[in-house]
Design a protein around this ligand. Structure first.
Ligand code: AMP
Length: 174
């Protein structure tokens, strides 16, 4: 097997995006290299490998890019969690607080049968608000969140604190 690549080298920091003071982790530079993308998916899929999973849940939009190939690798289905107003059928919504104002995530109310096991995937763990709301949403529809996998974790924001009680893995920690 090829020697592992340092995935952090393929992430571009864009300072002051989308607003002053934010150092944005741009993963387009990682996604466009086929070998790097392949290893990223392999590494994410290596987490919770012994668990029996019914679905991979990905959070819009970069959680879709990373989550869908993991579902293919595992031979299971993929469920999207989306921003408000994007899903066409009946949805459940979960609000969460941002620094200024509120946002929400949504899922189709019939996406999961009570008791099914899911792994949740997203690109970045920052404050943890998005993932906390996603887990609350999944629990409301009766899913069992087996684990949460991120490509990047911004440890200084202590997002894990909001997600206590869950098993969390990340590939790159800043
Ligand atoms: P949070 O709810 O604060 O954990 O933010 C998580 C979501 O916001 C993820 O879906 C990320 O895509 C995005 N995000 C937050 N901070 C950053 C960052 N510094 N660089 C890139 N994406 C980020």
């Amino acid at each position: 097997m090829d020697s592992p690549l340092d995935l952090s080298k393929y992430i571009r920091n864009v300072e002051d995006f989308p607003k002053p003071g934010i150092s944005y982790k741009d993963i387009t530079t990682l996604l466009k290299d086929g070998n790097v993308l392949k290893q990223t998916v392999r590494d994410l899929n290596g987490f919770f490998l012994d668990d029996q999973v019914d679905y991979i849940v990905g959070i819009e939009s970069r959680g879709f890019i990373l989550g869908a190939p993991i579902a293919v690798e595992r031979g299971c289905g993929f469920i999207p969690v989306r921003k408000p107003g994007k899903l066409p059928a009946e949805t459940l919504s979960q609000e969460y607080s941002l620094e200024y104002g509120k946002d929400a995530v949504e899922i189709h109310e019939d996406a999961i049968v009570r008791g099914q096991n899911v792994l949740v995937v997203d690109d970045v763990l920052a404050t943890g608000g998005t993932m906390q709301a996603t887990c609350q949403l999944l629990e409301r529809v009766g899913a069992h969140v087996l684990g949460i996998a991120f490509l990047i974790e911004l440890t200084f924001l202590e997002g894990r604190r909001l997600l206590s009680g869950h098993r969390i893995e990340s590939i790159i920690k800043y």
